[in-house]
Design a protein around this ligand. Structure first.
Ligand SMILES: C[S@@+](CC[C@H](N)C(=O)[O-])C[C@H]1O[C@@H](n2cnc3c(N)ncnc32)[C@H](O)[C@@H]1O
Length: 226
């Protein structure tokens, strides 16, 4: 079972927390270890070619702009307007020899914004999501997985997600107090199955998402339509 850890703010305050976080400027700029992993899986063919990558909870665009630099078409979605402003600025500053389509939109993933973003692209999609599912409550997760499951069943493609697990509920944190839900990977896999997606690869552990002294225990999951 997932463990909720509501350190100082409830989920209703999420929007102001994340806007403040991205306004603060103290946000990692380099692409995450997970983005490098996923880029490698795409390059090697372990993850099938897709028409676009949809980055759900894209934050400041550290990963989505990295994907765009590699030539992938990219759609970024985040609830924080400040995050989307950072993505747009990053994209504008980025040298790109052969620009692929890149689109960033603010909106809530549980309210139809994923489908709206997907409509801008044709063909199979990689729904990419890093450190997002533990940042939303379980009701939102259920809504989002249902939407992603239906989308990928229609369009083809895969989901690649990384999130903090139940084994990460204590330890050093390098970011401020905010809502985190420590996710049980087995239960998450069962919820994926209920949403029409099967886990085709997964791993858990530390050392994959280290930031200063926060060496998070994370799960990485790749799932595809049944
Ligand atoms: C921990 S950050 C991860 C950002 C980025 N993926 C990264 O790895 O650096 C979680 C992000 O999810 C966004 N977010 C939270 N709830 C959301 C929702 N319901 N819909 C869309 N974005 C949301 C936040 O604004 C924040 O940018």
């Amino acid at each position: 079972m997932d463990a909720q850890h509501n350190s100082g703010q409830d989920s209703l305050d999420q929007s102001s927390y994340w806007n403040g976080y991205y306004r603060s400027g103290g946000v990692p700029e380099l692409p995450s270890q997970f983005a490098l992993f996923v880029a490698g899986e795409l390059a090697s063919g372990a993850v099938e070619p897709v028409a676009a990558i949809l980055d759900i909870g894209c934050g400041n665009g550290r990963d989505s702009v990295f994907f765009a630099q590699l030539g992938h078409a990219i759609g970024g979605l985040d609830r924080s307007e400040q995050a989307i402003a950072a993505c747009t600025a990053r994209l504008d500053a980025m040298p790109r020899s052969a620009p692929a389509k890149a689109l960033f939109q603010s909106g809530c993933a549980e309210s139809g914004a994923i489908e709206a973003l997907a409509d801008a692209f044709e063909g199979p999609l990689l729904v990419y999501s890093r450190f997002f599912f533990h940042a939303v409550d379980q009701a939102a997760e259920a809504e989002i997985l249902g939407r992603v499951g239906r989308l990928l069943t229609q369009r083809g493609g895969a989901l690649a997600a990384e999130f903090r697990t139940i084994h990460d509920s204590d330890g050093t944190r390098e970011t401020g107090a905010h809502y985190r839900r420590y996710v049980d990977p087995a239960a998450y896999g069962a919820r994926l199955a209920d949403s029409g997606l099967q886990v085709t690869w997964q791993v858990q552990g530390r050392g994959m998402a280290k930031y200063r002294s926060d060496d998070a225990h994370v799960a990485r999951i790749v799932a595809r339509p049944w």
